[in-house]
Design a protein around this ligand. Structure first.
Ligand SMILES: Cc1ncc(COP(=O)(O)O)c(C=O)c1O
Length: 346
């Protein structure tokens, strides 16, 4: 979270808008909370330029629950979906969908250790699938698809780890989902952006908490929504708008990532990046050192300097630094310096 957002929240902590209430103390049915939710939704629409024919939902259950809810609603018997798997999260989405219905594995980059995402223009999806699904940025492997494109079928995308990190054309998607906890706020809120024409393909009736129609009809308030998280998401979105919007944060994110990738590329092979250059993530930078022992030392010494949690995910090992929207550029400069110093002394 950016310091300025935390301070803003702190200033409203004891009394939101002179109500004498913390947002956590408000009834979710109150006018005050409704105005907070409306503001978060409308600001997000403005930030991401989400057209009016898309609904915005703030749900619970994480991106993981969407992995099941999506096929339960949009993969009826007799139809097929197409999944592109370029990392651990895409694989989980694919596995969850397979438990519901027929799913084609249209792309699987596991043979290369998930170290790249091909150009979207080189991918062909059969015309007759109910939808296709991909993960725009694979958090664990640090690989990302470049750009977006129009498709011949409905498109569902997990944007958990790169939502609002750069401008995208929302019109290229039928359903976007993202756990808010990386770029958009605290854990506990899942953002779902769904095109109305796609929503109309959902079953008329299903279990209420899995019923996108019901959730839309009730404006994310079929049951008690994650009120605190929705409030903080609104603050994050306002911070991004004040900064100048998504083109500005994209430029900042590119500069931040370049600082660390440069340390990798100019290390004479001491650090090796996991991702192929054309697929490098701006959010998650994954790299290895010459040995397991050096990796351990690097992570421990980095921790002592305040660079915490640089250990790569247990499924891939090595190191990973996550530099989401709120992570400051100065932090990247300091980490790059630490990487250079560590290399020189080894
Ligand atoms: C790309 C991606 N998808 C899905 C998930 C799972 O999200 P959640 O924990 O909100 O279910 C994560 C979590 O890190 C992720 O990075």
């Amino acid at each position: 979270m950016p310091q300025s957002v935390l301070k803003d929240i702190q200033s409203e902590f004891m009394s939101w808008n002179n109500t004498g209430l913390n947002v956590m103390e408000m009834s979710h049915r109150s006018k005050n909370f409704q105005s907070i939710l409306d503001n978060s939704r409308d600001s997000l629409r403005k930030l991401m330029q989400i057209p009016d024919n898309y609904h915005i939902l703030f749900l619970q259950g994480g991106a993981s629950m969407q992995n099941s809810m999506i096929p339960m609603s949009f993969l009826p018997e007799g139809s097929r979906a197409s999944y592109l798997v370029t990392g651990v999260w895409g694989k989980k989405s694919y596995q969850a969908a397979k438990m519901v219905g027929e799913v084609d594995l249209t792309l699987d980059t596991s043979d290369s250790g998930y170290n790249f995402c091909p150009s979207l223009d080189d991918i062909n999806v059969p015309n007759d699938v109910a939808y296709m699904h991909y993960t725009s940025n694979e958090t664990i492997q640090g690989v990302t698809f470049q750009g977006t494109r129009e498709w011949n079928v409905p498109v569902v995308c997990d944007m958990s780890s790169d939502i609002a990190s750069k401008p995208i054309d929302v019109n290229h998607f039928d359903l976007i989902y993202a756990g808010a906890q990386k770029n958009m706020g605290p854990s506990g809120v899942t953002i779902v952006i769904i095109k109305d024409s796609f929503l109309q393909k959902a079953p008329e009736k299903t279990h209420p908490m899995f019923d996108y129609r019901l959730l839309v009809e009730n404006g994310s308030m079929y049951n008690t929504p994650p009120t605190w998280g929705i409030y903080v998401c609104g603050k994050m979105v306002e911070w991004l708008l004040d900064l100048g919007g998504l083109p500005v944060i994209e430029k900042i994110n590119q500069e931040k990532a370049a600082i660390i990738y440069e340390s990798i590329d100019q290390s004479d092979g001491f650090y090796t990046g996991h991702a192929e250059k054309c697929s490098r993530s701006l959010m998650n930078i994954t790299f290895n050192l010459p040995s397991e022992e050096l990796s351990k030392r690097f992570i421990a010494e980095a921790g002592e300097k305040g660079f915490i949690d640089l250990k790569g995910h247990r499924s891939v090992g090595g190191c990973r630094t996550s530099i989401y929207n709120a992570f400051p550029k100065e932090g990247c400069v300091l980490l790059a310096e630490f990487m250079q110093d560590f290399r020189k002394k080894c």
